[in-house]
Design a binder for this molecule. Structure first.
Ligand code: BV8
Ligand code: ZN
Length: 255
């Protein structure tokens, strides 16, 4: 059982001192870090789109069955997210990563807000599940930045690969798909070597991402959780701080 400190002030102090003393930090973020930027989370109130759940649409089977509907969903999300800006949590994490090479950001999010906030960092944030702003071919290995609007009126208007003409797909890891082995391998190496895994705004339900904090703990590091609610990670976290990321994260990282 993690010794989650009793009072909020104690947990904030404990988290701040752990972060101050640590050199190698991995910030592992989920949809909650972008909630205050207006990006709907997966499992919160705004998490639904029409009558669909993410698990229903973010799958290879859903895309094979109805690529038009899946592209319509991603087109809607790209539209929503392109109107969102990084918040104070993204900015504080980007500053920490710019100041310390061993402070790395690993995100489950596909909203691109960590990349947008990153400035002068040598190591860009690792996007475990891909990005809304990249597409790839369903046949060849062509992959491209794609920030445009999606015309999902019919199969004929869906995005196609410029190299071979085949139907394009979002460059996003769907449920049941393996993560890019080089990205996952680097994330695991970082988590194993981290003195602190700083887990921000994730329900800790989706694997293998949710297992990264356990890697840090099993290799002797500490786990700090920032969330507005308890998660499956809370009982084993070294300290779990209740509160919104955009307020808590800048406070903890303030030098
Ligand atoms: C794989 C891209 C194997 C899509 C995503 C049992 C049954 C079926 C499947 C499985 C199973 N057990 C494990 C699996 C596998 C599955 C999985 O984990 N399923 C879960 C749901 C049980 N995992 C996979 O399929 C992965 N692949 O296992 O492949 C394999 C191996 C080899 C070869 C072939 C196959 C792939 C997983 C990737 C799926 N893709 N995203 C898209 O975005 O369209 S995951 C998706 O969920 C998002 O990326 C998101 O990041 C992720 C997790 O959600 P969260 O980020 O945590 O967001 P959520 O809304 O859930 O929570 C928000 C949190 O923030 C909450 O805790 C809330 O309290 C908090 N919060 C809210 N506001 C704030 C806040 N905190 C702070 N401040 C605030 N203001
Ligand atoms: Zn192609």
């Amino acid at each position: 059982m993690g010794e989650t400190s009793s009072t909020a002030a104690e947990s904030v102090d404990r988290a701040r001192s752990l972060l101050r003393r640590a050199r190698r930090v991995v910030a592992l973020t989920g949809a909650g870090v972008s909630a205050e930027s207006g990006v709907p989370t997966f499992r919160g109130q705004g998490g639904l789109w029409r009558q669909y759940r993410a698990e229903d649409l973010a799958t290879p089977a859903a895309f094979a069955h109805d690529p038009r509907l899946v592209w319509e969903w991603y087109g809607w999300r790209r539209g929503v997210v392109s109107g969102c800006a990084p918040n104070a949590a993204h900015a504080a994490l980007a500053s920490a990563a710019a100041a310390h090479d061993d402070f790395r950001i690993v995100t489950q999010n596909v909203d691109g807000l960590h990349v947008q906030a990153a400035q002068h960092v040598r190591a860009m944030p690792l996007e475990l599940h891909g990005s809304l702003y990249r597409s790839r071919c369903t046949r060849c290995d062509h992959r491209w930045d794609d920030r445009g609007t999606i015309d999902a009126t019919s199969r004929e208007t869906l995005p196609r690969c410029a190299a071979c003409g085949m139907l394009a797909r979002p460059d996003i890891v769907w449920f049941g798909e393996a993560l890019d082995p080089s990205v996952l391998g680097e994330a695991m190496r970082l988590a194993e070597n981290a003195e602190v895994c700083f887990v921000i705004g994730t329900s800790a339900l989706v694997h293998p991402a949710a297992g990264l904090a356990d890697l840090t703990r099993r290799h002797g590091g500490s786990v700090i959780e920032i969330n507005v609610a308890d998660t499956p990670l809370t009982p084993t976290a070294t300290v779990s701080v209740r509160g919104p990321a955009a307020a808590i994260v800048p406070d903890l990282l303030a030098s």
